[in-house]
Design a protein around this ligand. Structure first.
Ligand code: ZN
Length: 261
């Protein structure tokens, strides 16, 4: 999902930003709340005829992208958002599972083929299907955009989606999950539309610690922009970097992804 990837930004911003565009959002089968996999039909470039502002006009099925009332992303200070500080708000039971990595062009996605566990919200289980990254963040907090946003995309048995977003600030501590995934991302960075096996991936390494949870009802951030998606956004500051002490523009992992976008 990604209304905000950085194509069309100034080079300097893009270098720091476009980063993890390679990790994106497909999903196993065609279901109601599935993001489209056909990225040739839309663009992230605001100057493009198929740019985000026009997604809703490209296809009738994508009308929500323009006309929807519960679209994501949003600023998390919005009145639609509830805030919880209590741990346990995120009731998830993840496990390591076989996965593959896919370069969708605008981002890279880790798709779980095995059972990666699930998230329970109001008594409904949402199974973890895939995860991907955006840079900079899609959600903002009080107008501020952070360096990176991880999306963990879940789906219920009824085909409803729940997404956990993790906001990262580039900081001193290297992120173990990113570090673990780096070789696979590098391999696939210039191999658009390819999918390759990455063995077993443990999503528990991605969630990290968080102090604040934001919850609201929103949408997919990629066409068809389907609404009714339960968003839980976690702010996790200071853990988004691969190597300590480097500013984002010097992060080679991020640059790898940026160059290809
Ligand atoms: Zn996304």
């Amino acid at each position: 999902m990604g209304r905000r990837p950085s194509l069309g930004l100034a080079p300097a911003a893009a270098a720091a930003a476009a980063v993890l565009l390679l990790i994106a959002a497909a999903a196993p089968a065609a279901r109601a709340q599935e993001e489209t996999e056909d990225e040739h039909e839309f663009s992230y470039d605001p100057r493009d005829a198929h740019g985000p502002a026009r997604w809703g006009a490209i296809k009738a099925e994508w009308a929500n992208c323009s006309a929807g009332r519960m679209q994501s992303p949003i600023d998390l200070s919005h009145e639609r958002v509830t805030l919880a500080r209590a741990l346990g708000y995120l009731d998830h039971a993840y496990r390591a599972a076989a996965a593959s990595i896919v370069n969708r062009g605008h981002d890279i996605m880790v798709r779980f083929r095995g059972d990666a566990g699930s998230l329970v919200i109001n008594g409904t289980a949402y199974r973890l299907r895939q995860l991907h990254w955006h840079t900079p963040t899609e959600h903002t907090v009080g107008g501020r955009r952070y360096d990176m946003e991880l999306h963990l995309v879940h789906e219920s048995a009824a085909g409803k989606a729940a997404v956990v977003g993790v906001l990262y600030e580039v900081g001193a501590a290297p992120d173990p999950f990113l570090r673990a995934m780096e070789p696979a991302v590098r391999r696939i960075a210039d191999r658009r539309d390819r999918e390759e096996d990455v063995g077993v991936v443990d999503p528990r390494r991605a969630r990290g610690r968080a102090s604040v949870y934001y919850r609201y009802m929103g949408s997919l951030t990629t066409p068809p922009c389907t609404e009714g998606v339960i968003w839980t956004v976690v702010k996790r500051v200071g853990a988004g970097h691969l190597a300590a002490g480097q500013p984002p523009r010097h992060c080679s992992f991020l640059q790898t992804v940026t160059v290809r976008s």
